[in-house]
Ligand binder design. Structure first.
Ligand SMILES: [Zn+2]
Length: 328
């Protein structure tokens, strides 16, 4: 994807002025809420392929859809809560059978593109086919794994919150459309959230395969966690400290401004970090950061959390062996 800093800055300027205008009257806040609901309805009801069913199928019952005038925060059949704006909280059902896990190491899987590689793709192993991905999620479910977010792991490590017996984080780097079109429907059927490590410059570049802002909102509505993967995918060990700070602080603020969610975690571009980068991530207010180092994520290494890379050439047998090896 090309460098697109100028248009990002232009969008930021527009967004700031929008924020100021919205402060002018309560009426405009109501109008904004109506727009938000309209976006949710559009995401849930429109579009191509199977992503439309993904948003409405979570929870199974379909109660509390935007069409229900009485909907406030209804509870679905499996205990999931769905807010007025359509955001689904699957944590009640997922964490219900769990127990406190203050020191438990947790596997974090690392995916990039969910889709078939085009012929001649320079890095075909970054592409996991949709069928293969679906088989891998089914295999995890059969093994008793339950997907959790990085914040849920943090809360278990530090605040006494429950984790499932076999927690696993499923993370996706950069922000390709297959995450929304292919991974979301598979995971929604299991009631599982993913973690999107979002490189902000991909927004607004859907012609190059990047997620659109509406698709990111769709992931958030399905309970996904958004982590920062910088604005420009800078190697933090190769740029000056002002750029490091901007990539960390401005991306966190931009995710909050655009989507109203806190990016509590960070993911190092290309897995590159050094002592200065680690200190800068912590200073920017993140709770932790993921690398491409192999292994389980451990509480005593919060800013250099290891992950397990899943390659396109891994069949489901290799995938299962990789998980078994990492967790043995
Ligand atoms: Zn990346």
């Amino acid at each position: 994807m090309t460098h697109d800093r100028d248009s990002l800055d232009a969008r930021r300027g527009r967004q700031r002025s929008t924020v100021r205008r919205r402060r002018l009257s309560a009426l405009s806040i109501v109008a904004a809420a109506i727009v938000l609901v309209a976006v949710v309805v559009a995401v849930a009801g429109g579009g191509s392929g199977n992503q439309s069913s993904a948003v409405t199928k979570v929870g199974g019952s379909g109660t509390g859809s935007a069409k229900d005038p009485k909907a406030t925060a209804p509870t679905t059949t499996n205990g999931d809560k769905k807010s007025k704006a359509g955001v689904i909280d699957t944590s009640v059902a997922r964490l219900a059978g769990g127990s406190p896990a203050p020191d438990k190491p947790v596997p974090i899987l690392m995916y990039h593109v969910i889709g078939d590689p085009p012929s001649g793709a320079p890095y075909p192993d970054l592409y996991v086919s949709p069928d293969n991905f679906a088989s891998q999620m089914t295999a995890l479910d059969k093994k008793g794994y339950v997907a959790v977010t990085e914040k849920e792991v943090y809360d278990a490590w530090h605040d006494g919150a429950n984790l499932p017996d076999k927690p696993i984080v499923i993370s996706f780097d950069d922000g390709y459309q297959g995450i929304y079109k292919r991974a979301l429907p598979v995971m929604a059927k299991l009631g599982w959230p993913g973690v999107l490590n979002l490189e902000l410059k991909v927004l607004g570049q859907p012609e190059q395969g990047g997620l659109s802002p509406a698709q990111v909102k769709g992931l958030i509505d399905a309970g996904w966690e958004i982590a920062s993967h910088t604005i420009n995918h800078s190697d933090l060990t190769q740029v000056d400290s002002a750029t490091v700070r901007s990539e960390l602080v401005d991306s966190k603020a931009e995710i909050k401004r655009r989507f109203g969610v806190e990016a509590n975690f960070f993911c190092y571009p290309a897995g590159k970090f050094d002592d200065a980068a680690v200190a800068a991530v912590e200073a920017a207010g993140y709770l932790g950061a993921t690398t491409v180092d192999y292994g389980l994520a451990r509480k005593d290494m919060p800013f250099t959390l290891s992950r397990i890379r899943i390659n396109g050439s891994d069949g489901v047998d290799t995938f299962e062996a990789r998980i078994d090896d990492a967790t043995a």
